[in-house]
Design a protein around this ligand. Structure first.
Ligand SMILES: NC(=O)C1=CN([C@@H]2O[C@H](COP(=O)(O)OP(=O)(O)OC[C@H]3O[C@@H](n4cnc5c(N)ncnc54)[C@H](O)[C@@H]3O)[C@@H](O)[C@H]2O)C=CC1
Ligand SMILES: O=C(O)C(=O)COP(=O)(O)O
Length: 526
């Protein structure tokens, strides 16, 4: 039974789903990195929010980890390249808390416009400060939206409902989508110059870090109010403090900080500065959404291989997974076969699918071919890290889909590019989806690729099979299955024998000495 650790506070429904689905679950929150390192080794899955930092060090201490699920959106607390290199799938729940976070941004906008926190505090102190809090209306004002993705577009629709004008800066926002959203698409400088309120809804990337820098803050309208419910680091906190002290920025509301938990900040105590402790996603509704989703997604992956909302592998629905499973087994065997035969020389790989296979999602099939192929270099390769390793090695990977049906109802062909030309193997599925090799380097040969196998290329000649049988028999090697194919009569022939166990180098040398033998190789399949 797979085992999952929930390491951040999560709605109890997550644990309940894991148990219902047949996944063992521990909820251990608030661990230090060292404490997490000490226990992570026993888990197949890890469910987190933003508090747990999944660093390379943690991943190195997690040999069994297969999947990380973020109950939320931002995954900047996960070292995704390190996870990919280790073959760990990283998933998030991209929509579960979007409305909630958008509402928090709107709530903070109103709180700034009417100075609600300070007015509340002073009233409760018994000061009745009726004349101290002159606010501004949002109606008719311009909201500058930096980032018009899921959350940004919900904020825009709410702001339009409040009769605001919305100007959006997002390099990936198409003019058509801007029209559909009812916003004006603008460049950043235009937005900065026009906005009465600015709200940020981008991930933290090299391009967005300090997008509200000292320089950009200086380009804003005097009296602007700024809201950040996305990620700390989008706003230069020191520059914001300066701009507020100078009276240029009239108010700022931060839900997120460069350093979290933010126990101290020069901004604390600044008039018209409001903050919340990363509460953007904290509503009952959002937390139930993300908890249910993350538990279902992790269970799907661990139990059936279904992949939803993964950031480092192609998606594979729980419905698709059972259909694709036998193809992935076939693809991995074909990859393994070419890897073992040609591994050192491979410069590029082409994966072709035809017949029924062409109706399926090809990405997982290609990833499985690469996993089989790359396992020659490292036994920690799997479908997740194989495409990354292939890229690292500079392998040119191509996918081809043929609608035609050939000799077989379904076929997967793997062709590797080598210095001595293209070499191709192909396989199909028989009966109840059992993989079968049907072609090896241009020769038709049918074989199940399993266990230890001997690959022999020889010159087709009478008596060879008898001599080979005797050599193996004398060495005490039992032949399980025997598959034979040849290019033409008297031409090159290929033999694939399954043998009961490994064959010594001595026996391989003896086979090599048999007349007509060109190549002998011992292969190993799962
Ligand atoms: N405070 C909180 O508790 C929460 C914070 N978030 C954060 O909100 C942010 C946005 O989330 P979503 O809208 O779901 O993401 P999304 O991926 O749907 O949208 C992000 C948008 O930012 C845009 N973008 C990327 N680079 C940009 C750049 N250089 N300049 C301008 N725009 C750029 C993208 O094109 C995209 O449209 C994320 O960082 C997420 O982590 C999300 C949920 C809760
Ligand atoms: O979903 C996100 O990106 C968030 O920032 C929410 O963070 P949290 O799950 O509340 O720690």
């Amino acid at each position: 039974m797979p085992k999952v650790l929930i390491s951040d506070k999560m709605d109890p429904r997550a644990a309940a789903i894991f148990r219902e689905r047949g996944v063992e679950v521990d909820e251990i929150t608030g661990k230090t990195p060292d404490e997490l390192k000490a226990i992570i080794g026993q888990y197949d899955g890890l469910a987190i929010r933003s508090a747990t930092k999944v660093t390379k060090e943690i991943l190195d201490a997690a040999p069994n980890l297969k999947v990380i699920g973020r109950a939320g959106i931002g995954v900047d607390n996960v070292d995704i390249p390190a996870a990919s290199a280790k073959g760990v799938v990283v998933m998030n729940t991209p929509f579960g808390n979007s409305i909630t976070t958008a509402e928090h941004a709107i709530a903070l906008m109103f709180a700034l416009a009417r100075q609600l926190p300070e007015a509340n505090a002073q009233t409760q102190q018994g000061l009745w400060p009726k004349n101290g809090f002159m606010g501004v209306e949002v109606t008719g004002k311009t909201l500058g939206l930096i980032g018009a993705g899921n959350i940004g577009s919900i904020v825009a629709s709410r702001a339009l409902g409040l009769k605001m004008k919305v100007v959006a800066f997002d390099p990936f926002l198409t003019p058509e989508r801007a029209v559909e959203m009812g916003v004006e698409k603008a460049d950043l400088d235009t937005l900065l110059a026009k906005a009465d309120f600015i709200t940020l809804h981008t991930p933290l990337t090299d391009q967005t870090r300090n997008i509200l820098s000292k320089e950009n803050l200086a380009k804003t309208k005097k009296g602007v109010r700024i809201i950040n419910c996305a990620r700390g680091g989008l706003v230069d906190e020191a520059a914001l403090k300066e701009a507020m002290d100078a009276g240029h920025v009239a108010g700022a509301a931060l839900d997120v900080f460069v350093q979290e938990p933010a126990k101290e900040s020069p901004l604390f105590g600044t008039p018209n500065f409001i903050c919340t402790p990363h509460l953007g996603a904290s509503t009952d509704e959002a937390q139930v959404n993300v908890a249910l989703q993350v538990a279902e997604q992790l269970s799907d992956y661990l139990l059936d291989g279904g992949i939803t909302n993964a950031l480092n592998v192609p998606s594979l629905s729980a419905e698709e997974a059972p259909k694709l499973k036998p193809y992935m087994a076939l693809a991995e065997e074909l990859g393994s076969l070419v890897g073992q035969l040609e591994g050192d020389h491979v410069q590029g790989v082409s994966v072709e699918v035809e017949g029924h296979a062409a109706e399926l999602n090809q990405k997982p099939i290609t990833a499985a071919v690469l996993a089989g192929l790359m396992r020659v270099y490292s036994d920690t390769v799997n479908m997740v890290n194989a495409p990354f390793l292939a890229k690292e090695r500079g392998l040119d990977v191509r996918e081809v889909r043929h609608d035609r049906e050939g000799d077989y109802q379904t076929l997967v062909r793997v062709t590797v590019k080598t210095e001595s030309g293209d070499k191709s193997v192909a396989g199909t599925l028989f009966g109840h989806g059992s993989p079968r090799l049907v072609e090896l380097f241009g020769i038709k040969v049918e074989a199940d690729l399993e266990g230890h196998m001997l690959y022999i290329v020889n010159q087709d000649a009478p008596g060879f099979i008898g001599r080979l049988g005797s050599t193996l028999g004398e060495a005490g090697v039992n032949i399980g299955t025997f598959h034979l194919g040849r290019r033409n009569q008297g031409g090159e022939a290929v033999l694939l024998l399954s043998v009961d166990g490994a064959v010594s180098q001595e026996v391989l040398n003896d086979i090599c000495k048999l007349a007509g033998v060109k190549t002998v190789k011992l292969l190993r399949f799962a």
